[in-house]
Ligand binder design. Sequence first.
Ligand code: ZN
Length: 254
Amino acid sequence: MKRWLKWVLLGALIVLVGAGGTFAWFVMAKDEPVAFSKLAAAQTIDKEARTKYQEALRVAAEKAAKEAAEKAAKEAAARAAKTAQTATRNGQGKLVTYSIATKGNPAADLSEFRALAAMTLNDTRGWVRAGVYFQEVPSGGNFTLWLSEASQVPSFAPSICSTTYSCSIGRNVIINDVRWRGASDSWNAAGGSLRDYRHMVINHEVGHFLGHRDNQPVCGGAGQLAPLMQQQSISLRGCNFNPWPLDVELWTNR
Ligand SMILES: [Zn+2]
């Protein structure tokens, strides 16, 4: 091969490779900006969606917190109003009468039950602080305080009263004979005395008759006294057992 032909062929090869590379670069460079701009747009949309989602979460959390605070304030105001209303009756006191009866065959000593009930109801640490005092009458009265065999407790209201605990329904205040004699596991585990359990169960169940509902309020913090109306027989929720109404519970609907 002639030397000049070699140079010509080499030159042609260089030109070809150069043209091919330029063409490839041109094709890629043409598509790349499109791909990049699409990716950038997708990222922008994604970022906007995330921002909107976070904003929605923040608004929802603020709304929930505001509603909870308003509800708590409303409840506290209602409690304070009831306490104030009852406090105006203090000093005169409103008489509440009750009779004692048994259901089934309770094993507890009825005279002891009667005496401790009267003592508990008129104890100066009890509901008398809310402007009521109690008197036993031979029959009838504003409510009946039952000492009931455990198996008979549900007969007062099958969907509400169980064989396990005491119960209060309408004008019937029912003390479960088994609980009266042995308190409850939760109470015993916390080292509460049987005497205090008896004060508690009478005050709690009569509290229902006076208009109070379960767990309103509940334990305010570990180590504090449990509210009387907390279901202390079931759990103390970190509180200490307490047989008497707290200041915030000093109101009645009677
Ligand atoms: Zn209750």
